[in-house]
Design a binder for this molecule. Structure first.
Ligand code: SF4
Ligand code: SF4
Length: 95
């Protein structure tokens, strides 16, 4: 969790949690987390809400910013292993 997100949670409480629950999430099936190069989701996200951070050993961590993600589902469609989920009802509160 980022420091900025922690401050946001502190200030907004339940409202911040609502934003996170309306965003996409990534599970352990992600290829990048297993050392296989993949950036398809990050390339597909037109809001730049999704980032892939390289880690030691050729692994990478996919993170989704819940404040920026609008659950559009574009990253879901391009993921080769269905590692990304979005809420059943997309929320348009973020524009
Ligand atoms: S597209 Fe899927 S497998 Fe590839 S980095 Fe994103 S979440 Fe991982
Ligand atoms: S659901 Fe849409 S906005 Fe959210 S990370 Fe995926 S492509 Fe980006």
């Amino acid at each position: 969790m980022s420091a900025a997100l922690s401050r946001r949670r502190l200030l907004l409480g339940p409202l911040a949690r609502d934003a996170e629950q309306s965003a996409a999430t990534v599970n352990t099936s992600c290829l990048a987390a297993q050392g296989i190069y993949c950036r398809s989701c990050a390339e597909a996200c037109t809001r730049s809400a999704l980032s892939v951070t390289p880690l030691a050993g050729g692994l990478a961590h996919v993170a989704i910013d819940p404040e920026t993600c609008n659950a559009c589902g574009e990253c879901v469609e391009v993921c080769p292993v269905s590692a990304i989920q979005v809420p059943a009802q997309p929320v348009n509160a973020h524009g």
